[in-house]
Design a binder for this molecule. Sequence first.
Ligand SMILES: Cc1cc2nc3c(=O)[nH]c(=O)nc-3n(C[C@H](O)[C@H](O)[C@H](O)COP(=O)(O)OP(=O)(O)OC[C@H]3O[C@@H](n4cnc5c(N)ncnc54)[C@H](O)[C@@H]3O)c2cc1C
Length: 505
Amino acid sequence: MSSNNWFDVVVVGGGSAGAVLAARLSEDLSRTVLLLEAGPAYGLGEYPDVLIDAERVGGDEEHDWGFVAHLGQLGALDREIPAPRAKVLGGSSAINMGVALRARPSDFAAWIARGVSGWSWGDVLETFRGLENTDSGEDRFHGRSGPFPIRQRTYEELTPSVRAFIDAAEQQGYRRGDDPNGHRCDGVSPVTLNVVAGVRQHTALAYLTEQVRRRPNLMVLGRTEADRVLFSGQTATGVRTVDGTVYEAGQIILSAGSYGSAAILLRSGIGPARDLAGLAVDVVADLPVGQRLQEQPIYTSVYTLRPEACAMSPRAGAVLSAASSQAHGGELDLMVAAAHPPTLNPVGAAIALAASLVRPESRGTLRLRSADPNDRPVIENNLLATARDRDRLLEGVKLSREIGRAKAFASVTGGEVVPGDQFRDDAELLRLIDEQVGSFQHATSTAPMGGDSDEWAVVDGAGAVLGVANLRVIDASIIPEVPSVPTNLTTIMVAEHIYRNTLAR
Ligand SMILES: Cc1cc2nc3c(=O)[nH]c(=O)nc-3n(C[C@H](O)[C@H](O)[C@H](O)COP(=O)(O)OP(=O)(O)OC[C@H]3O[C@@H](n4cnc5c(N)ncnc54)[C@H](O)[C@@H]3O)c2cc1C
């Protein structure tokens, strides 16, 4: 290990992407790697239950950044809601629901359309196969020996009401499948999870194993928050932490997540020149950091359960993927997820059908209040900013309620308590959506990849920040277009793919 705070690579943030990169980069024992994580770097046996138990979702205050997001500036929508992001080794993969769905061929077509190469479905399938170990599905789509455990839940393992949701969706004419990461991803299926025996397999467990942590060339520093990247001219030379320590490096990789990486870039002088001037930060590169934030809007209907079908565990259940009447190019822009709320909820035994517009066209922003790393960034989700997005989410909500009324589902529920049967016409439903819409917590694209002619590009197709040397961003922030699924597995794939194609020696 280097003795004078110099490393071949410093990775900032040990979350879904950063833990993968630290593990992969340190496979080559001649490369020194430092992983800086703002939250605690627990040993494998030290993780508290809230970060391990897959039934407990969303973490707790002790392991969260405490961010809030404005939903939008459209009157009824302009509310502030929590924007949870984990602060712990393992990152948001340690607090999430554990749903493990791959981005689809149509999602990657949208990435390619932004001018990046090497990201077609044909390019990434092998990386998806290589990272997973799963015991089901067809070999041509699935890997058996990768580091990341993925398990396909079966119909029999689900609660009676989730099974009824699947039956009802089928009654409504949707294809019933058993592998949404396989040949066909449309229709309804039991959910796929990175959960084994009730344990959420976050990246600090799956990638930063005892063996990896013992490598002499890898140093993992917890409770160490990066402030900014330091430059000599246009060349990144190191990272300064909030307590003023400087770590010098041949290469710096920001993996601090969609909010964290963008904030570090802005504090480092990489962002819109006008905004940086307002923060009194010297401009290193004038790039549109934080201008293309993407987040999936969600509206949740809730149904009480009849006593004979009141089981609520396991919580995660089934997903339906469908195309709205305005979907582009084969995309599945609507998702309805059937899951149980936490048991301590006001309506008692219940099931929630969460309808989400997973390919929104509305764009949000992330800005800084000041260059002080202790100031939280200003996050504007700007959900449902276009008429097309509002119409499509309305369609998704109507679709989920139709399933809610279908015979198989209605036979196990005591009725719809949210929004409630009295709300019928589109205008009323739109008003409710405006008032109650939430975010699916899948923020991406604050530092998007893009080709030469993409005016929104912040990094190239290998995560290298444009206009500077020795600095990459590799995490959910570089996803150019939010995929039509939850984002964890795709973020892990992005880290693996850039490692494989660019960083592996
Ligand atoms: C409540 C919730 C539920 C979700 N459910 C699902 C789901 O079921 N399935 C799914 O696919 N996706 C889900 N997601 C989304 C998914 O977890 C994220 O897309 C994914 O984890 C993002 O990975 P990342 O590497 O970009 O960021 P993160 O995993 O958030 O990692 C960023 C890391 O960087 C650290 N960091 C940040 N700033 C600094 C700094 N200045 N210095 C040092 N370290 C820093 C953070 O502490 C964190 O450890 C969910 C998210 C949330 C919040």
